[in-house]
Design a protein around this ligand. Structure first.
Ligand SMILES: [Zn+2]
Ligand SMILES: [Zn+2]
Length: 134
């Protein structure tokens, strides 16, 4: 079985998983917009024990939003989103951007579409530019 590695921006945290994700959802809810600072979260799901922390687990902090099942895990040094257990602790939630290579599955759905950022429809129609403009 193929392993896939993940890491944070500063490199203090590193982990690997079997590349056997069963769900991949882009969540556009208002909480995910806040926590990512962007249009949506991009979350892969796998069984709860499919992770080995290779280094830096002590740098991973979890925040549970009071009054709901939303949570967020991140590197305390650089703020990168990190894997966490889902609210009911049945599944491991892995932010797609934390992985160092391609997951075994493609996005399956855009969830909470009705809550999407007002500017997102325009973003979909904006030009695609390779690299960063001068
Ligand atoms: Zn970091
Ligand atoms: Zn969400």
């Amino acid at each position: 079985m193929a392993k896939i590695t993940g890491s944070c921006l500063c490199g203090k945290v590193k982990f690997h998983c079997e590349n056997q994700f069963t769900q991949f959802h882009l969540c556009h809810c208002e909480l995910c917009q806040k926590v990512t600072g962007s249009a949506h979260a991009s979350n892969l799901f796998t069984v709860h024990d499919n992770i080995i922390w290779l280094r830096g687990y002590a740098f991973v902090k979890r925040f549970d939003v009071p009054g709901c099942s939303m949570a967020h895990a991140f590197c305390v040094e650089c703020g990168s989103a990190m894997p966490r257990l889902s609210g009911k602790e049945k599944l491991l939630v892995v932010p797609a951007g934390s992985l160092d290579s391609q997951a075994n599955i493609a996005p399956q759905s855009n969830i909470c579409w009705d809550e999407r950022a007002k500017w997102y429809d325009d973003a979909l129609n904006a030009p695609h530019i390779d690299g960063v403009p001068e």
